[in-house]
Design a protein. Structure first.
Ligand SMILES: C[S@@+](CC[C@H](N)C(=O)[O-])C[C@H]1O[C@@H](n2cnc3c(N)ncnc32)[C@H](O)[C@@H]1O
Length: 163
């Protein structure tokens, strides 16, 4: 498969998983968490498919498209391992959808980053919240893997639900 095909499938999987997470949690009250603003592509999609939900965003910096910059009050700026403990104290288990997209481009580094962040992120998830991650999330008590949307190959994206 060409790198172009692979990138397209990754983005299709991300879009399908976020839309599935939105549907699964439609009857729940709570906020959305976006880990990795980047250029704001998935933030923009989340606010499109989840109008009315508060979306709280985590990143080291704001480097997004000017149309995709979250309001200051919804931003935790800085290294995740500094902002996450503060977010857990301030927000509690209030999120119904969380999207983890903090990949660095280096596969092993990204897997290690997610493994370190996931236990802290679990502390922000409400009951039945859905976590979508570009990297595997394993061994977190209370987080159970979900089936992927139809047509999405295993491993392209990862979906879990808080039991
Ligand atoms: C792949 S990009 C996110 C892409 C974005 N979701 C989009 O669709 O445009 C990953 C982002 O994660 C952020 N990131 C990576 N490691 C981080 C860390 N330890 N703390 C905070 N942000 C981090 C980077 O600054 C980068 O903006």
């Amino acid at each position: 498969m060409s790198r172009l095909d692979s990138a397209i499938r990754r983005l299709q999987a991300q879009k399908a998983a976020l839309e599935d997470a939105a549907q699964r949690t439609a009857d729940q009250r709570g906020m959305v968490l976006e880990f990795g603003l980047g250029n704001g592509r998935t933030y923009d999609h989340l606010r499109t498919i989840l109008p009315g939900r508060r979306i709280v965003v985590f990143d080291r910096q704001v480097a997004a498209h000017p149309d995709c910059i979250p309001p200051d009050e919804d931003l935790y700026l800085g290294d995740l391992f500094e902002t996450l403990p503060r977010a857990v104290a301030e927000l509690g288990r209030a999120a119904v959808v969380a999207h983890l997209d903090i990949g660095t481009g280096d596969k092993d580094q990204s897997i290690a980053l997610v493994a370190r962040a996931a236990p802290l992120i679990a502390g922000l998830l409400a009951e039945r919240a859905v976590l979508v991650s570009d990297q595997p999330v394993e061994g977190i008590p209370g987080l159970v893997p979900l089936p992927l949307p139809d047509g999405i190959a295993a491993g392209r994206i990862h979906m879990l639900q808080r039991a």
